[in-house]
Design a protein around this ligand. Sequence first.
Ligand SMILES: *Cc1c(COP(=O)(O)O)cnc(C)c1O
Length: 413
Amino acid sequence: MRVESTRGGSTVSLSEAIATGLAPDGGLYMPPRLSTHVGPWGDSFLTRALTALRPYFVDEVLAPQLEAVVSEAFTFDAPTRWLSDDTGLLELFHGPTAAFKDFGARFLAASLARLRTHETTVLVATSGDTGAAVASAFHRRPGFRVVILYPDGRVAPRQAHQLGAFGDNVTAWRVDGNFDACQRMVKEALSDPALVARHHLTSANSISLGRLLPQMTYYVHAALDAQRRGRGEASFIIPTGNLGNAFACLLAKERGAPIGRVVLATNANRVLADFVATGRYEPRPSVATLANAMDVGAPSNLERLRHRFPEVASAVSADWVDDETIRRTIRTSGEVLCPHTACGVAVLERLRADGDRGPWLVAATAHPAKFDSVVEPLLGRPVPVPPALAELLARPSRAEPLAPRLEALVERL
Ligand SMILES: *Cc1c(COP(=O)(O)O)cnc(C)c1O
């Protein structure tokens, strides 16, 4: 299908949008608005994923390979763990790097492998989880090289270890600056046509449709499973930073999945909660919190949200929690939560305290063992490490320092 940029200046095929990432007019490619799905969705995650995604790929070069892409990418499940009759955790951390980013990164990698014709360098700035998911998805994939930039000292220790643990075709640079500096270097590199042509650069950040679209699949799956329990439409609370995961939930709802409300839960970077409450968008520098993968002051997918849903407050609600609330929630919820998931659970606790009785699912965006340095002291006991994460942590890890300037990056490319 044809996809158009939010700024109206570029229209390309979906496959082209997946291959290039950002639109040349500086906007974000919008998924086409499809009519609501009617008919059976299927039962398994893979069948439902294909049913959700297939219409976007009509007439695309990827269409005949979509089934292969989906089954290559989604080799792990997205189970809902019900904590009570009407509260569930949608566990999105069963992939190789233990965060939901694996779904999008692996779909993107499987797609690009079928679309690219040159040796390609995937450049990615990360605040922690994206880099590892992208590295894992492209690791040892012929024709691809991955270059990761992350802010030195500002990601969790295990996140840092993961980023440097791949080797082979993956290089990790620890940048002397914050995430914004890393992101700026990537943007500058990608907007230099000579540099892009020389290294066949592409990006894998969260504005890529190749990451956004596949994220709708687990919401479709979870909402259908919840409906089968006989309690009607489930609503979702989604720990949010750049708004990619939550936007995908809105797409799932638009496709016809039985989804009620969609609530964004942020950390103390409260720009989205303020925007939904006041209608005024005031981006600001991010502040460091315990939920570091959501330390975002200017959510990159907001342009998409406003484009698709001009009445933003009728499409989503939003709330935010401070670090003290994150700590208290981890200590008292009775579950083992990562700091990001804890933001979602804290927001649900407020809704319940206000008398809300509906069925709710909180997206559990990362495995708590990834954030042991936060979670274990609060719980007073070790958190068991899932096997895939344990395997990465057992490898040696290596990342060289890099100055926060484009010239420094160009020299090393
Ligand atoms: C990336 C990330 C988020 C935020 O997701 P967005 O799509 O950027 O809103 C939340 N939790 C974890 C663990 C993450 O890695």
